[in-house]
Design a protein around this ligand. Structure first.
Ligand SMILES: [Zn+2]
Length: 455
C-alpha cells in the first residue's frame, strides 16, 4: 500500500491524504482522508482551484475527521469532479460541516461579485456532497471492501471530531485529523490509540508547550476587569466551532462567580450562533464538569450579559453601546467576517484589547497583528494597531508537543513503525520530528506535496 499527500504539507491547511491499498480479493482500494481548503497565503486561492492529481471518480470512500474548512472545504470540488461515492463523518460533524461549507460558498459568491474572483463550485455540487454524506458513530466498524475496515475515534478537538483508523493488508494506519488539547472543559479527552503500524499525525503545535488550561479562566478574568476599569473594548476574534463555545463556557463560569462583572458581551457571528445551537443539540457528545443547567440559564452557553447579534442591523448597533463591552466575532484568523469592522473601529485606541485565542496561519491579518505589525491594511484602509494585543495558548484546540507525544504512545506500548508529520509549519514539523526520533527511535517522515510513500 502507499499514501500520497495532497494538502497540509506546507502549512496547516488543505488536509487531503490518499491511501492506496488492496482489498482481500486483490482489488485496488483508494481512500481519501479529508479534503480541505487551502487558507491564509495569497497563493492559496489558486491552489484550491488546481486539479486534484488523482482521479476523484476512482475513490472507494472519503472520510472526514472534522468540520473545519481546512479539512472539508474542497469536498464539493470532489463532487464537481465526479465523485459520487459516500462521504463518511460523525453525526454532529454533518450539521457543522453543512454550516461551514454553506458559509464558504456564500463568501465565495460575494467575493466574486465584488472583485471577480473565481467561484470554485456551484450550489448543486454542495447539494451533491451532502446527499452522499453518511453519518457514523464512534467505534462503528465500516467495511469499505473485503478486508478493509475503518473506524472513527474521538479526537477531542471539536464537537464530533475524530481520528480515523484503517485496517488493510494486515496493517493498521491512523489519520490523526486534528488532535485536541488536554483537559478541555467541554469535550471528552482524546481517545488513546492502541497498537498501530503507521500514523499520519498533525503537528500544529508539535514544537510548543501550551500554558495550562486551568490558567485561562484567571487570565480571562484579569483582561475583563481591566476592560471594565478602562471603560474600553475587548475584541476576541473567535473560530465559530469550538473556540467560541469554550469561551462562552468560561465566560458563563466567570460571570456566575463574580457578580460585579456586568459588562455586555456580544456574540457577533451568525455562524458561531448557529454552531452553538448544534452544540446544544448534541450535548451527549460533550463532557461537563459543572452542571449545564441552572435555574436562570438555559444552559452554560447563555447568560444574562450575553447578546447574540444574528442580523446585520443588530450587529451595527453594537457601535452604539458605550464601552466597556466585549465583542466576540469571526473570523478567528481575522481574514474576513464581522471582526474586520470592529478592528477598524477599535484597534487604533490604546485603551482597547485584542485577545487572540487561536492559531493564526501565515499570510493572515491575524498573523501580522500577532507578530507585532504597527499598521495593517483592512478593506484598503490603513489602520494603526495601538490596542494591546494579547495571545492565549491555553484556548488552543490543538494538543501541544507533550499531548501529541502522549497520544502517539499506544496503550500497549508498541510504538508505531512510521510516523508521517503533516499539518504544521516547517519549523513545528522539524522540531517535533527531532523530538519524536529521540523519544521513540522510530522512522519519522515529513512528506512533501504530491509525494507518495510506500508503507
Ligand atoms: Zn481543526
Amino acid at each position: 500500500m502507499d499514501i500520497s499527500f495532497h494538502g497540509a504539507v506546507s502549512g496547516v491547511t488543505g488536509s487531503c491524504h490518499l491511501l492506496n491499498t488492496k482489498d482481500s480479493d486483490g482489488n485496488d482500494c483508494n481512500l481519501l482522508f479529508d479534503c480541505g481548503m487551502f487558507q491564509g497565503e495569497q497563493m492559496c486561492s489558486s491552489k484550491n482551484s488546481e486539479k486534484f492529481d488523482f482521479d476523484a471518480k476512482k475513490l472507494q470512500g472519503v472520510f472526514v475527521t472534522h468540520p473545519h474548512a481546512d479539512h472539508t472545504g474542497r469536498l464539493p470540488i470532489l463532487s464537481k469532479n465526479g465523485y459520487k461515492g459516500k462521504i463518511y463523518m460523525t453525526h454532529p460533524c454533518v450539521g457543522l460541516s453543512k454550516l461551514v461549507l454553506e458559509d464558504a460558498h456564500h463568501i465565495m459568491v460575494e467575493d466574486s461579485e465584488k472583485c471577480g474572483s473565481s467561484v470554485l463550485y456551484e450550489l448543486k455540487d454542495l447539494l451533491t456532497t451532502f446527499s452522499n454524506v453518511e453519518g457514523v458513530n464512534y467505534h462503528e466498524q465500516i467495511e469499505i471492501a473485503p478486508g478493509v475496515t475503518i473506524m472513527f475515534h474521538d479526537a477531542g478537538h471539536v464537537l464530533g471530531s475524530a481520528f480515523i483508523s484503517v485496517e488493510a493488508e494486515g496493517k493498521k494506519i491512523i489519520f490523526s485529523g486534528d488532535i485536541g488539547n488536554d483537559n478541555v472543559p467541554i469535550l471528552p479527552d482524546t481517545e488513546p490509540i492502541s497498537s498501530v503500524d503507521y500514523v499520519v499525525c498533525e503537528s500544529t503545535y508539535g514544537h510548543r508547550v501550551h500554558e495550562s488550561v486551568n490558567k485561562r479562566s484567571e487570565v480571562l478574568k484579569e483582561v475583563i476587569y481591566r476592560t471594565i476599569e478602562n471603560k474600553s473594548v475587548l475584541m476576541i476574534p473567535s473560530f465559530s466551532i469550538e473556540r467560541t463555545q469554550e469561551l462562552l463556557y468560561e465566560l458563563n463560569h466567570i460571570i456566575g462567580q463574580n457578580a460585579d462583572i456586568k459588562i455586555p458581551i456580544f456574540l457577533d457571528s451568525p455562524m458561531a450562533i448557529k454552531a452553538t445551537e448544534l452544540y446544544r443539540h448534541n450535548s451527549n457528545y460533550l463532557k461537563f464538569d459543572t452542571p449545564i443547567l441552572d435555574e436562570e440559564d438555559r444552559d452554560f452557553f447563555s447568560f444574562p450579559n450575553l447578546r447574540e447579534t444574528l442580523s446585520r442591523e443588530e450587529s451595527k448597533k453594537i457601535n452604539n453601546t458605550p464601552a466597556p463591552k466585549i465583542i466576540i466575532a469571526g473570523s478567528g484568523m481575522m481574514s474576513g467576517g464581522r471582526i474586520m469592522h470592529h478592528l477598524i473601529r477599535y484597534l487604533p485606541d490604546p485603551k482597547n484589547t485584542l485577545l487572540i485565542i487561536g492559531y493564526q496561519a501565515r499570510g493572515t491579518l491575524g498573523r501580522k497583528i500577532y507578530e507585532g505589525a504597527k499598521t495593517v491594511n483592512i478593506f484598503r484602509e490603513e489602520v494603526k494597531v495601538r490596542a494591546t494585543v494579547k495571545a492565549m495558548g491555553s484556548f488552543s484546540a490543538h494538543g501541544d508537543m507533550h499531548k501529541l507525544t502522549k497520544w502517539l504512545t499506544p496503550e500497549d506500548g508498541k510504538l508505531p513503525e512510521k510516523i508521517l508529520l503533516v499539518h504544521g509549519d516547517q519549523e513545528a514539523k522539524e522540531v517535533f520530528a527531532t523530538h519524536l526520533r529521540h523519544e521513540f527511535r522510530t522512522d519519522v517522515i515529513i512528506p512533501k506535496y504530491g509525494e507518495k510513500h510506500s508503507l
